[in-house]
Design a protein around this ligand. Structure first.
Ligand code: ASP
Length: 579
């Protein structure tokens, strides 16, 4: 017996008259008393089965029992549909299988939701993920992801990168999140940390002489979950010795071009444009600009020095965006609300009507020079942020993205890739009153900052780069510190004592003392890449078995309780029983 001679998406007119066997799921059944029609579905598509009691009495008898999502095997002859029943929307819409023998292979309990039902509660979908995954959209997303990973592997291997697996049970590898820790039974009282990335390990593969490494790696980051975050991130992780910036960019660009070509049939332009962090921040108010539209920020700090308008005069920075529309009071009130959420105290504006007349409560405070400098087109609005430079960046950057979407300035069909580079090396953690690494502590300063980064951490630049598409950060990387003295200097600046350096990163410092090559690399998020590729707004819908926003898997119930014996073996006592 064969389960199938063809997949359900394959039967077309050319096969009419042939005997076919198909197996799959009953997607829909229509019982017309006599004739029974069943849409039989597998991963490749749907073929319509027709069961005629006059031609196959036994099959017709059985067909009445079929319910949605039963698994069936059908043998029969492929026939052409009559002209009025041809369905042009499906690839198999010109044919149907005239069933001669039918088998119900397996049955299904009543479904918690129908596959074609919209807006099913996500917890319910995750609880029955195996069903949810049968839907077209998820089949497509997961398929696209697999196709993409296949291309990535082929491109990386063609470029001479070796797939090297690194351990999951390891030691903390800082990427700015909290660690997941795993207790050790054999070494009671000690814990492994799950890697936030294989960063140190991939550097060690370079010290070990492997020259070019890659891995499709899972990274574990115990973060508070926001809508677009998961705790298990999959990334393409890459490292090379004797790094060459142009080579690295080129490999990535070639890979993306091929992914877009083979998965979407779209030619993307390479090389990708490049922009320094400073320029991105200045023009777009973000380190991940969506360059599909304008609405660029302008700096008005100079013009507003000594302004009669106190808010402008007293601010470190005054910046603006010009909106090509005469916004109403209602619009402006809504925008002000948003601006406040992003940390602004208010939202000053100038509205120019059709005649070019200005309407604004602040206009009377502004000098001729200011008004001339701001002068907007008729039917436009100027929005201001006056604050510290970073605060104006945050507010106007977010406003710009919001308005780009609201005003329909974004072409959804377009993909704009961009490299952003020369990031600051450190940022101040105001709560803790110390410096933290913007990328990670293994990132080297740019050439010009090598000698003096520790004297001026605020301005020091890192040899780091991010890859952006349509305002989404796909990932980033850097050239690494291979000199143990510089690495120690960075650790020290981050507030780590010598003892702490030894206990946390002694093995890295030791390795860097034994002939390390210069190295650099990058990591790119596979989940986010799939989202962009599939045009899928929900991160969890590009992952086969995701957890929900509370880090819980509604399907298996993980994380779950462990027995008292297990805890005892680990030498662990719970302060409070789990809830
Ligand atoms: N380890 C970094 C990350 O996970 C990427 C890199 O620097 O290669 O973001």
């Amino acid at each position: 017996m064969t389960w199938r001679t063809h997949m359900c998406g394959e039967p077309t007119k050319e096969l009419v008259g042939e005997k076919l066997t198909l197996s799959g799921w009953a997607a829909r059944r229509r019982d017309h008393g006599g004739l029974v029609f069943v849409d039989l579905r597998d991963r490749t598509g749907i073929t319509q089965l027709v069961i005629n009691p006059e031609l196959a009495a036994e099959a017709a008898e059985l067909a009445h029992q079929i319910r949605n999502e039963f698994v069936l095997r059908a043998e029969g002859t492929l026939v052409a549909r009559s002209a009025e029943t041809v369905n042009e929307n499906m690839p198999t819409g010109e044919v149907e299988l005239q069933v001669e023998s039918l088998q119900i292979v397996s049955r299904s309990t009543p479904l918690p939701f129908q596959l074609d039902e919209e807006n099913v509660d996500e917890t319910l979908r995750l609880r029955y993920r195996w069903l949810d995954l049968r839907r077209d959209k998820l089949q497509r997303n997961i398929g696209l992801r697999a196709q993409m990973v296949g291309i990535i592997r082929r491109e990386m291997e063609a470029a001479g990168f070796l797939d090297i697996q690194t351990p999951i049970l390891f030691k903390p590898t800082p990427e700015g999140a909290r660690d997941f820790i795993v207790p050790s039974r054999l070494q009671k009282g000690r814990f492994y940390a799950l890697p936030q990335s294989p960063q140190i390990l991939k550097q060690l593969t370079m010290v070990a002489g492997f020259d070019r490494y890659y891995q499709i790696a899972i990274c574990f980051r115990d973060e508070d979950l926001r809508a677009d975050r998961v705790q298990e991130i999959t990334q393409l992780d890459v490292e090379m010795s004797f790094p060459d910036q142009e080579f690295l960019y080129d490999v990535m660009e070639r890979m993306y071009a091929r992914i877009w070509r083979e998965c979407l049939g779209i030619e993307i332009e390479t090389p990708f444009p490049r922009m320094t962090f400073e320029e991105a921040d200045r023009r777009f108010g973000t380190d991940k600009p969506d360059t599909r539209f304008g609405l660029e920020l302008e700096d008005a700090t100079e013009v507003t020095r000594g302004s009669q308008f106190g808010v402008f005069a007293g601010a470190d920075a005054v910046r603006l965006i010009r909106v090509p529309q005469e916004l109403s009071r209602g619009d402006l009130a809504k925008l002000e609300e948003l601006a406040k959420e992003w940390g602004a105290k208010g939202l000053a504006y100038l509205v120019y009507d059709e005649e070019g007349e200005v309407r604004s409560p602040i206009a009377k405070f502004l000098s001729e020079a200011e008004l001339t400098a701001f002068r907007g087109e008729p039917a436009s609005t100027i929005l201001f942020a006056a604050d510290t430079w970073p605060a104006t960046t945050r507010v106007l950057g977010a406003l710009r993205t919001h308005l780009g979407r609201e005003l329909g300035l974004i072409d959804d069909e377009q993909f704009t890739f961009l490299w952003v580079y020369d990031f600051p090396m450190f940022e101040r953690d105001e709560d803790e009153g110390r410096w933290t690494a913007v990328h990670h502590p293994f990132t080297r300063p740019t050439k010009e900052w090598e000698e003096r980064f520790s004297g001026d951490p605020e301005h020091a630049l890192a040899h780091a780069y991010d890859l952006i598409v349509n305002g989404n950060e796909l990932g980033g990387g850097s050239f690494r510190i291979h000199e143990p003295e510089i690495q120690s200097q960075v650790f020290e600046l981050l507030g780590m004592s010598e003892d702490e350096q030894r206990s946390k990163f002694g093995f890295l410092l030791d390795a860097l003392a034994m002939g390390p090559p210069p190295m650099g690399g990058i990591a790119l998020g596979i989940d986010r890449m799939t989202m962009v590729l599939a045009g899928e707004p929900n991160l969890r819908d590009v992952i086969a078995f995701p957890k929900n926003q509370a880090g819980v898997d509604p399907m298996s119930g993980a994380p779950s309780d462990v027995t008292q014996e297990q805890l005892l073996e680990l030498g662990i006592q719970l302060l409070e029983p789990s809830n």
